[in-house]
Design a binder for this molecule. Structure first.
Ligand code: GBH
Length: 450
């Protein structure tokens, strides 16, 4: 029996845009505009209905209770609270989250709230979005409005989910909105996202509220033993991991990357910004999916090619099993990244694994049961690695599996299923998969039996 610490939180995660639907009752976000353009999202899928969690939240909370979750991570749709991004909050939106939080608390499930999981109000994008400091101000007002409504009941507050994705993929590629594919824009957006986080921290603090941010981290593995690949992997690490960790935890951008980016990064930082960004955190949220394997030399044809350029590209490791996304399954990467975090950052706050999970091609049997043996193995492997990290001294307080439900997987639409609960999108029927039953047992035992 590999037991986890007393009081360890066992949760599942979702995000507003990916599950809520209820699109007619909120403002428009950059994701709505992106989905409306043919070719942007697989199969032309949209999130107008998604899992209809907006209508079925009570049923979903009952399902969480049935599975035995002790925590639930969700995000608040900014356009549901402030349809135009700023101004007077919409009561309907605030009431929706207020009812959700009450239902969670009634069932003894700890709510973990994320303010920004990529659904920027379209009205703010029209005024420049994350390229402008005015969006930082708007975010701080949004944070204050949500705190006023839920601050008495929600203890765990996360400002942003994965600023790397929002900035480097959203502004630096054309894969996600606003799809600018502009390297200098990506660095500007990243800085303003971090600043929004830093300015929101003191607004959110108070009472027994714990405030953190979620970053997505991956260990970088050089494709070969060449010095070129090692240097490329170090730059990719700077681009993906250190560009966010260092300002947050050390109050400075990594000098090697600032030098590498050169003029693309000029004039972005104003005096005082870095001190704001480095506001002490009560916890760090870490999302881990896989390691990244890196070779020297850019691949301009790869839609994920970094902008700003880092002279490196991702390669697929051979002989490593992969998920339906094509991501390598490497559980030990979770232990590696956590142990490294602790070594690199002496003042590291407690950590929550705010996302970890995988898409697989699950199958239904004639009786309607949904089997996902690969997801069970994925979760077992990663929880084992997490247990080792804790044994090595990393202070991890909880784990949220991504995701509670099959949902709208961004530009991949509904084709990629990450849920431990199957969703039949035609009938909206929820069916816990084998992995959900397995996870329930882990929660009951507070650990792994095998
Ligand atoms: C998360 O992002 C999101 O927070 C969540 O909304 C989403 O549904 C979930 O993941 C599943 O996609 O570049 O091929 O080597 C995760 C973003 C995923 C980015 C792993 C880096 C490395 C895979 N990260 N990815 S690859």
């Amino acid at each position: 029996m590999r037991e986890f610490p007393d009081g360890f939180r066992w949760g599942a995660a979702t995000s507003a845009y990916q599950i809520e639907g209820g699109a007619a009752e909120r403002g428009r976000s950059i994701w709505d505009s992106f989905c409306a353009v043919p070719g942007n999202v697989y199969h032309g899928d949209t999130a107008d209905v998604a899992c209809d969690h907006y209508g079925r939240w009570a049923e979903d909370v009952a399902l969480m209770a049935e599975l035995g979750l002790t925590a639930y991570r969700f995000s608040v749709a900014w356009p549901r609270v402030l349809p135009a991004g700023t101004g007077e909050p919409d009561r309907r939106g605030l009431d929706f989250y207020s009812r959700l939080v009450d239902a969670l608390l009634e069932r003894g499930i700890e709510p973990a709230l994320t303010l920004y999981h990529w659904d920027l109000p379209e009205a703010l994008h029209e005024r420049g979005g994350w390229l402008e400091r005015s969006t930082v101000d708007a975010f701080v007002d949004f944070a204050g409005a949500v705190r006023d409504q839920l601050g008495d009941r929600v203890r765990l507050w996360t400002t942003l989910n994965e600023p790397w994705v929002a900035a480097m993929l959203g502004y630096g590629t054309s894969l996600l909105p606003p799809a600018l594919a502009d390297g200098a824009a990506a660095l500007r957006a990243a800085h303003h996202l971090l600043l929004a986080h830093g300015q929101a921290v003191p607004v959110l603090r108070g009472g027994d509220r714990q405030v953190g941010i979620t970053v997505n981290l991956s260990p970088m593995v050089p494709a070969t033993s060449s010095a070129e690949d090692a240097a490329a992997a170090e730059r990719f690490d700077g681009y993906h991991n250190r560009w966010f960790l260092d300002p947050l935890l050390r109050g400075a951008y990594p000098q090697d990357m600032a030098d590498w980016y050169g003029a693309a990064f000029d004039g972005v930082v104003a005096p005082g910004d870095l001190a704001t960004i480095a506001a002490p955190l009560d916890f760090l949220g870490v999302n881990y999916y896989c390691r990244m394997h890196i070779a020297a030399g850019a691949d301009a044809a790869d839609p994920l090619t970094p902008r700003p350029a880092v002279g490196a590209r991702q390669v697929s490791p051979s002989g490593v099993p992969a998920t339906a996304m094509g991501w390598p399954v490497e559980p030990d990467g979770l232990r590696q990244i956590l142990v490294r975090l602790r070594a690199d950052h002496p003042g590291l706050p407690p950590v929550y694994i705010t996302e970890n999970g995988a898409a697989f091609h699950d199958y239904a049997d004639p009786a309607g049961a949904v089997h996902d043996p690969e997801r069970v193995e994925y979760l077992r492997g990663h929880l084992g690695a997490l247990h080792e990290a804790i044994a090595a001294g990393v202070d991890v307080r909880g784990y949220f599996c991504w995701s509670l439900l099959d949902n709208f997987e961004w530009h991949q639409g509904y084709a990629k299923r990450f849920g431990i609960v199957h969703v039949d999108f035609a009938s909206q029927r929820r069916t816990p998969k084998t992995s959900a039953r397995w996870y329930s047992e882990v929660i009951r035992a507070n650990g792994l039996r095998s």
